[in-house]
Design a protein. Structure first.
Length: 133
């Protein structure tokens, strides 16, 4: 039974990642249709968690015209929301894709890979300091 649950988790994540990819590519005309399709799938599968809902709301909102400052605020708010969700053990999605680093890369205008690398170094240093104490 857990195999089918994992597949549903992965299917849900794949749909959210698909939205992120099309957002990154600037496929605004396709995003509206993808959002509706993803919402229907997640709602029908009873998989519409806070994470999925917040991510889809972000994609929908990001498709509207915003000033750079407004978009920055939207990204920062979403990052804070996801940092809170990531502390909850029921949200394993944060182990599968580092969405917080992706948001941080958007906020700071840095490449995603650079942000992931920096966060990994910080976590490694924190872990090393804990083992020394």
């Amino acid at each position: 039974m857990s195999g089918s649950v994992e597949r549903k988790d992965l299917q849900s994540l794949a749909r959210i990642l698909n939205l992120i990819i099309h957002y990154e590519l600037g496929n605004t005309m396709l995003l509206d249709s993808l959002l509706r399709s993803t919402y229907r799938y997640l709602n029908k599968a009873n998989r519409l968690s806070d994470f999925e809902r917040k991510m889809m709301n972000f994609i929908k909102e990001a498709g509207k015209p915003h000033s750079r400052k407004e978009m920055q605020q939207i990204l920062e708010t979403l990052k804070q929301d996801f940092e809170e969700l990531s502390r909850q053990p029921s949200y394993g999605v944060f182990d599968l894709f580092d969405i917080i680093s992706w948001l941080e890369s958007k906020i700071n205008g840095k490449p995603y890979a650079e942000v992931v690398k920096e966060r990994f170094k910080q976590q490694s240093l924190m872990l090393a300091n804990r083992t020394k104490v």
